[in-house]
Design a protein around this ligand. Structure first.
Ligand code: PMP
Length: 433
């Protein structure tokens, strides 16, 4: 008798009361097909689905779980905080500690405001940049995703790249007025000439440039040095605010974020994911001169009932403590590189055009022989091969991001045994492709 698939039963049930059966689109497996796995529990590098099948997790909640699932130290901190109630709507000392910690490891951040999601962080940072400069125009880059605020849903990455027709310079989502996105200029990632040209023409009207300093929402794409320094120089020269969206890269590629690796000092930085250790927690911060324009000091309004939530703060503080320990990033980055080298060798053995890249605990692999450097290049990779590989790996018990346009994530719990198991699964899968 065939086994009853509990994931299928849950998915059918979910679709009756939740649109598409999921609370965030990419979870629905639309690009790769098949049934989403409903998670029942997780520990370290693993999670279990509703059939009680174990998977090695390579998304780690899309980044936050860098110290491994159900880390005992984080659980203890959260339990302790939860005992004193979940939320007060009044300030706590923990928030100060978290703010101090962030400012200490990320020197460009002189002051920081906590929010509950990456979307809120980028949306608020943009409003602040517009309020500070008194200008309307913003620049974003093709394939970068900065959450789902209206102004930022133009040629956006992540689920938008998976689902929407992103070939038009129009909103990538229904419900976003053309009138609003006319203030958003979209340029190709890594294109120095394009950004120089725009600043030459309209530099004095540009409030902000927002970028993923290592893009992770169109698979993983690294910026060139020239691109980064052009952006920093042009924004400084024209009085525009440079916003580093480090929601994904912050505390993931290095303790000090991508900015510490690149030697760039942005004006504002957006954080999320790792900083909440898996709890709804994010932040934006930067120069005091800009941050002091926020209410209650200044005229730019921003607020949140659950902002700086004490349980989330406890999870974040403990996670930041763990990642600050000696050798954390050497270990994380080393394991991730080992994994990538193993995947590449396995693909080579099977004669499959394939390339890999990584930074810290974040990685990309591409069904194309050249590492892509732009949105255009990444959309030319072999998505059909990816889909087959995704399902073969799933059968082998390895859970990859269910889209060819997302980065992957490791944790400190991805030890040699786990890395070797993934590589062995990939060898089997490439052979069958
Ligand atoms: N910015 C970046 C770079 C992201 O990767 C994401 C989410 N993947 C966001 C912003 C939005 O964060 P959230 O999903 O927490 O709203």
């Amino acid at each position: 008798m065939a086994m009853v698939d509990q994931n299928e039963i849950l998915f059918e049930r979910a679709q009756k009361t939740i649109p598409g059966g999921v609370n965030s689109p990419v979870r629905a497996f639309r690009q790769v097909g098949g049934t989403p796995r409903f998670v029942t529990k997780a520990k370290g590098p693993y999670f279990w689905d509703a059939n009680n099948k174990r998977y090695i997790d390579l998304i780690m909640s899309w980044g936050p779980m860098i110290v491994g699932h159900a880390n005992p130290e984080v659980i203890e901190a959260v339990q302790k905080a939860a005992e004193t109630s979940f939320s007060y709507g009044a300030p706590t000392e923990g928030e100060i500690e978290l703010a101090e910690r962030i400012c200490a490891v990320m020197p460009s951040v002189e002051q920081v405001r906590m929010v509950s999601s990456g979307t809120e962080a980028t949306m608020s940072a943009l409003r602040l940049a517009r309020g500070y400069t008194g200008r309307d125009l913003i620049i974003k880059f093709e394939g970068c995703y900065h959450g789902h605020a209206d102004s930022l849903l133009v040629k956006a990455g992540s689920g938008l790249l998976t689902f929407a027709d992103s070939t038009q310079n129009a909103p990538s989502s229904g419900g976003v007025p053309q009138d609003l996105v006319k203030h958003t200029l979209v340029l190709p990632y890594n294109d120095v000439a394009a950004i120089e040209e725009v600043f030459k023409k309209q530099g004095d009207q540009i409030a902000a440039v927002i970028l993923e300093p290592i893009a992770g929402n169109m698979n993983l794409i690294k910026p060139s040095k020239e691109f980064l320094s052009a952006i920093r120089n042009l924004t400084s020269k024209h009085g525009s605010v440079l916003i580093y969206d480090e929601v994904m890269t912050g505390f993931r590629v290095a303790l000090g974020g991508a900015q510490s690796l690149q030697g760039i000092t942005p004006d504002l930085t957006c954080l999320g994911k790792v900083m909440g250790g898996g709890m709804p927690m994010a932040a934006f911060g930067g120069k005091k001169e800009i941050m002091s324009k926020l209410a209650p000091l200044g005229s730019v309004y921003q607020a949140g009932t659950l902002s700086g939530n004490p349980v989330a703060v406890a999870a974040g503080l403990k996670s930041l403590e763990i990642i600050s320990r000696d050798g954390f990033y050497e270990c994380l980055g080393g394991q991730t590189q080992k994994l990538m080298t193993g995947l590449k060798q396995a693909a080579d053995k099977a004669n499959i055009p394939f390339s890999v890249d990584s930074e810290g605990g974040m990685f990309g692999f591409y069904f194309t022989s050249q590492i892509p450097t732009s949105y255009e290049a990444v959309t030319k990779s072999d998505v059909e091969a990816f889909k087959k590989f995704f399902h073969l790996m799933l059968d082998e018990g390895v859970y990859l991001a269910p889209s060819a346009y997302e980065a992957g994530f490791t944790s400190i719990a991805h030890d040699n045994e786990v890395v070797n198991a993934i590589i062995a699964a990939a060898e089997n899968s490439f052979k069958k492709l």
